[in-house]
Design a protein around this ligand. Structure first.
Ligand SMILES: [Zn+2]
Length: 55
């Protein structure tokens, strides 16, 4: 099952952006949006769950 990274690097300021919220009960599916919040600039980032069949 796909697990998003709990922390990513903020695209704007290089700070730490933390995954927000809880995984959906049915698990992450391709095309779902994960939401990250940067602890430095407080910007929100939405990342689409990749289609892991491509890997
Ligand atoms: Zn930031």
């Amino acid at each position: 099952m796909y697990e998003p990274d709990p922390v990513i690097t903020c695209i704007d300021c290089g700070g730490r952006a933390h995954l927000n919220g809880h995984p959906p009960e049915e698990g992450w599916q391709p095309g779902m949006l994960t939401m990250y919040r940067c602890e430095d600039c407080l910007d929100g980032w939405y990342l689409e769950v990749p289609d892991w069949d491509d890997f």
